[in-house]
Design a protein around this ligand. Structure first.
Ligand code: SF4
Length: 490
């Protein structure tokens, strides 16, 4: 168990006025030791807060903070969890952590399966380690929504997919969560030849029959890197992707007629793989699954071409950094302003540091943060190159063509670092960007989506400053790209 350590104090905030300083260790809040950010937030929400702190080698001291009830304390702490993260006890064939290159930061290899991170950051949990006490806390503290990996509703298939006997029974917790009115979003990572086809139909029938209260269910394809060692795991063929799109379409009709809502959605990536147009924007409702790669392309299109600012980002879960290699799935480009970006499994804790497993979760990516990474730019009227992964290029190509701006071009960046079918911008790394940029002219503006960065670093540990040309790091939204291109919103 660690204690919260202050990493930033907002100037002029109640904490600053009370004398809280960066580096302070918070031993207790109103006499209690918070276990995690959830408890921390509840404790510091009070109008009168007493912090017992330790500062360097000085003796412990108390600081009293008076503020309005609900007024932010103005303190950022180092971690989301002060006790240990609950790690995953599954061994999924499709797990992307097993497909990582060697030599990355140690923390990137951590598999978490912690419902608190599901609540805080939208990470998917399989519930195989969920307990009665967890259920009680979720219900009493109102930890909703949560995000649950389903993969299959058939007990045997699910336990086989998770390679964990508890996978056969842990969806009983999903039923319990729904019974208590908790909002739950589900996910199915489809592995071709394993849980597609008849198994996917059976899963969707099982959802309708046993979990119809699910808020949504996203169907995403697995990602396969060149480090994959699982013989059964392979990318979808085009016809397999078409079959998934058709199955989801059919099941949307069934859910619409039975429940009055679509409930199930295919990840945008499936439409690219199948060569099919994306569904109309209105079918995505409030874009509540935007961060899981559902409806991103349509949202991006509306923002870029029409200047529409949909509420998709307001619906966003708290973003953690950009790449969280944990819950496996896949997603789409362009990514939202979020933790996840493209590959859902690659959402979040890119920045997990070696000294603290959960430090990345303290921060929220913001335009202010990304602007810190902006290097000196060429002239504003210089030709513009948008750096993007192959899937991003597929989405952006027709949109950029409609801008009528011949000086704006796309520069697709093949992902040789991960290889396989990895083609999302969230997993672009410095090594690949360097290779591509070396062939590009100087003096142009190079726009880089921020989804591939976490706290200014790519997954391979390099940063924008290591690239051969200056880049402008732009939030990965259509609105931000529109602003960067100087398009006027009427
Ligand atoms: S995919 Fe998720 S649940 Fe499966 S082994 Fe990896 S981290 Fe665990």
């Amino acid at each position: 168990m660690s204690v919260p350590r202050v990493v930033a104090v907002a100037p002029g905030s109640p904490a600053a006025r009370a004398g809280v300083a960066e580096g302070d260790e918070i031993l207790t809040v109103n006499g209690e030791m918070p276990r995690d950010l959830i408890e921390w937030r509840m404790l510091v929400d009070e109008p009168h807060v007493v912090l017992d702190i330790r500062r360097g080698t000085l003796a412990e001291t108390s600081l009293a903070v008076d503020k309005q009830a609900g007024e932010p304390l103005g303190v950022e702490v180092h971690s989301a969890l002060f006790d240990r993260v609950r790690t995953c006890d599954n061994h999924c064939e499709f797990c992307f952590i097993y497909q990582l290159p060697p030599g990355l930061r140690r923390s990137l290899y951590l598999k978490d399966d912690d419902y608190r991170l599901s609540f805080l950051y939208g990470n998917f949990t399989t519930l195989t380690r969920f307990t009665e006490a967890d259920l009680e806390r979720v219900v009493t503290e109102g930890l909703s929504p949560l995000y649950v990996s389903i993969h299959a509703t058939d007990p045997e298939v699910r336990s086989e997919l998770l390679r964990n006997r508890r996978g056969a029974t842990s969806l009983r917790w999903l039923r319990a969560l729904l019974d208590h009115g908790v909002e739950v979003h589900g996910q199915v990572v489809v592995c071709p030849g394993v849980n597609d086809g008849a198994v996917l139909d059976d899963t969707l029938a099982g959802v309708l029959d046993r979990y119809p209260e699910l808020a949504s269910l996203c169907i995403v394809p697995l990602g396969v890197s060149r480090y994959n060692r699982e013989a059964r795991m392979r990318p979808h063929t085009r016809s397999e992707a078409e079959a998934v799109v058709e199955a989801v379409d059919d099941w949307q009709s069934v859910f619409l007629s039975a429940l009055g809502r679509r409930l199930v959605f295919a990840g945008d990536e499936y439409y690219l793989l199948a060569g099919r147009p994306f569904p109309p924007a209105e079918t995505y409702g409030d874009f509540s699954m935007h961060e899981d790669g559902i409806g991103m392309a349509r949202a991006f299109e509306a923002e870029l071409l029409l200047g529409s600012r949909r509420n998709v980002h307001e619906n966003a879960r708290i973003p953690s950094a950009s790449v969280h290699i944990s819950e496996c799935g896949a997603a789409m480009e362009p990514a939202p302003h979020d933790r996840g970006g493209f590959f859902r499994w690659a959402d979040g804790d890119l920045s997990k540091s070696v000294d603290s497993e959960y430090e990345p979760y303290r921060t929220v990516r913001s335009p202010e943060q990304t602007e810190q990474s902006v290097q000196l730019s060429p002239r504003k009227d210089a030709p513009v190159a948008i750096l993007t992964a192959p899937y991003g290029a597929q989405v952006l190509e027709p949109l950029v063509a409609q801008l009528g701006r011949p000086e704006v071009r796309l520069v697709p960046v093949e992902n040789r670092y991960f290889g396989g079918n990895i083609a999302v911008s969230g997993l672009m790394v410095g090594e690949d960007l360097q290779r591509v940029l070396l062939d590009q002219p100087s003096g142009h503006r190079y726009l880089l989506p921020d989804v591939c960065l976490s706290q200014g670093r790519f997954l391979d540990g390099t940063g924008p400053e290591d690239l051969p040309h200056p880049v402008e790091v732009v939030p990965t939204t259509g609105a931000a790209l529109r602003d960067a291109l100087g398009l006027v919103t009427s």
